[in-house]
Design a protein around this ligand. Structure first.
Ligand code: ADP
Ligand code: MG
Length: 576
């Protein structure tokens, strides 16, 4: 016979801990949020062995009296909410009053706390949910909580923990997110007393990214101006085009001061970069969205950071419009992608041979000049330069070329550069509605399956506006009488088949001319033959010039980089 009984509080807490506190980083998250809710201006986090051995969170917030401290360890004790109705207008992080008792039930827990008004503080120690002692403790105002031997009282949970390194990585990422989300608070993160980062309170965002995420990331982003819509504000830092990551790790989204995951925001950011980074990769971004809290639902899952918006489409469009405006403005500045601030985009083509030719090496003892073996290579003494200041030094394995630039050294990928130039020239013809068409002396004929034939019929005017002239001369038989100038006649049949297949697959996109042109131009570029080894030096420099006249010289249309540059500072650093 079974008896229904109320669980012992410790057991109930351990079960609750199983829901909210699944790993050391989750403990730190709860403690950090409490510190922030308590109005802390400085927070220090220290941990050992991925947090498994020990975690300490110390703040200078409002502290608790001894009785409050004891009460805070009771389940559902919270100072932040009284009535169920309050749930609708929660501005603080925690509100369930469960975190502290849960954590204290699965670890050795020591809390020291003192309100500014009290003459001294209190220390409370709990082990596996059982009170060990409560006593007075001399300390500065604030709260310090130490959590040791996490999950020792519940060994079954221990085996779900990952390696020390993995757990440490989760902690570091978490504290970084909170530090970046809270400019007014100074954070210090340490591992076994060794500083990992220290974020200055009240410093400009870029400085904080440099301190918190590191110098390299700070060099890969630029500031975005403030954008506003009724009820919404957006600001932050955006990655330079071409800079991408394999995961969303450096795609940081903060909503109303809270670091969150949002599919909508991640998607909108990734979408905005779609020709600037490779497919399947993610841009770098630190974006801060502020909006009416009533439009946001942050409590989709207590342990997760996923956020939902009442109007997802509105948020998505706001983000895409703002980010595109930044990326476009940057392109108009001629300040593209990488560290190439010296380029004047509208510079007329000017291939020139410098009167004085310096040796390639900037060192004191230049190496003796060895004539290049490859026929395509160029002697440095005849290196052409263009007005943007790039000077050709050498070819590199046929499809690349090396340049001296005003700021350092660059390697250009000829194929990617060619694709960017071609893509934009095709797109420009479309948008100007002035396709350059070549009539064919001998028309090409093509037989189509019913589906592609139907697609073709439906999109005849679109194709005509792109420079094609099709004529139907039998059931599913077509004649091509003119082609866009960029399409080689011998490639035309294969191209048309691919194009129709693509159109059938992405029907919706081809209904809208701008998307259709973009898709067409991309397809055209993908089919384009790679130029490179057969370019003369003059043509090569023309390519560079043309590249820097495009809107996005830093990447090919599919987002691969067109060139990489090492600045003099980078090089100096590498030499140590
Ligand atoms: P919640 O945050 O949901 O209220 P917690 O269990 O996390 O629940 O905390 C319980 C209470 O303990 C809080 O409501 C707050 O009053 C108090 N508290 C916890 N941490 C701190 C802190 N660092 N400084 C001041 N008060 C704190
Ligand atoms: Mg809390």
């Amino acid at each position: 016979m079974s008896t229904i009984r109320i669980l012992e509080p410790t057991v109930a807490n351990q079960i609750a801990a199983g829901e909210g506190v699944e790993r050391p980083a989750a403990v730190i998250k709860e403690l950090l949020e409490n510190s922030l809710d308590a109005g802390a201006r400085r927070v220090t986090v220290d941990f050992s062995r991925g947090g498994k051995a020990r975690m300490i969170v110390e703040d200078d917030g409002k502290g608790m009296t001894g009785d409050e401290a004891l009460l805070s360890l009771e389940r559902h004790a919270t100072s932040k909410i009284r009535l169920a109705a309050d749930l609708d207008r929660i501005a603080t992080f925690g509100f369930r009053g469960e975190a502290l008792p849960s954590i204290a039930s699965v670890a050795r827990f020591t809390m020291q706390t003192r309100p500014a008004a009290a003459p001294s503080g209190t220390e409370i120690a709990v082990n596996g949910g059982k009170l060990v002692h409560r006593r007075d403790h001399g300390m500065a105002p604030g709260t310090r909580i130490e959590v040791a031997n996490l999950f020792h009282p519940v060994p079954a949970r221990l085996k779900f923990l990952k390696s020390d390194e993995t757990e440490a990585a989760h902690i570091v990422r978490l504290v970084r997110l909170y530090a970046i989300a809270h400019p007014e608070v100074g954070f210090l993160l340490r591992e076994d007393g060794r500083e990992i980062f220290r974020s200055p309170g009240n410093a400009p965002l870029l400085d904080r990214v440099r301190e918190i995420w590191g110098r390299q990331v700070a060099e890969e982003v630029t500031l975005m101006p403030l954008f506003e819509r009724p009820g919404m504000r957006l600001s932050g830092l955006l990655g330079r085009p071409g800079v991408s990551r394999g995961t969303r790790q450096d795609l940081v989204t903060v909503v109303n001061g809270r670091p969150v995951d949002s599919r909508t925001m991640a998607f909108a950011l990734t979408e905005s970069y779609h020709t600037l980074i490779p497919k399947g990769r993610y841009p770098l971004a630190f974006v801060f969205l502020e909006m009416d809290p009533a439009w946001v639902d942050v409590n989709v899952h207590p342990a997760k950071r996923e956020v939902r918006f009442r109007d997802e489409a509105k948020v998505r469009n706001f983000l895409i419009e703002s980010v595109l405006a930044v990326l476009r403005a940057r392109a108009d500045d001629g300040l593209p992608t990488e560290t190439v601030p010296t380029i004047a985009p509208a510079t007329p083509l000017a291939v020139a041979v410098p009167a004085v030719s310096a040796p390639v090496s900037a060192g004191a003892t230049p190496p003796p000049y060895v004539p290049p073996a490859a026929s395509g290579s160029v002697s440095p003494s005849h290196a052409p330069t263009v007005r943007l200041g790039w000077r050709l030094l050498s070819r590199l394995r046929e499809e690349r070329a090396v340049f001296e630039t005003p700021t350092g050294l660059a390697v250009l990928d000829l194929g990617a550069a060619h694709q960017r130039v071609l893509y934009e020239s095709i797109l420009a013809q479309f948008t100007a509605q002035k396709p350059v068409s070549q009539p064919l002396l001998v028309p090409l004929s093509i037989e189509l399956e019913p589906l592609p034939a139907a697609v073709l019929k439906e999109r005849l005017s679109l194709l005509a506006s792109a420079g094609f002239d099709f004529e139907e001369y039998g059931r599913n038989f077509w004649r091509i009488q003119a082609l866009p100038a960029w399409l080689e006649p011998e490639q035309a049949l294969a191209f048309v088949r691919d194009l129709l297949a693509e159109m059938a697959r992405r029907e919706g996109d081809f209904g809208r001319p701008s998307l259709a042109y973009d898709a067409l131009a991309k397809l055209a570029v993908n089919k384009a033959r790679r130029k490179g080894d057969n370019l003369s030096d003059g043509e090569l420099m023309e390519l560079v010039q043309a590249l820097f006249r495009t809107a996005q010289p830093g990447t090919c249309p599919r987002g691969r980089r067109t060139y990489v540059e090492w600045t003099d500072a980078d090089l100096t650093r590498r030499f140590g």
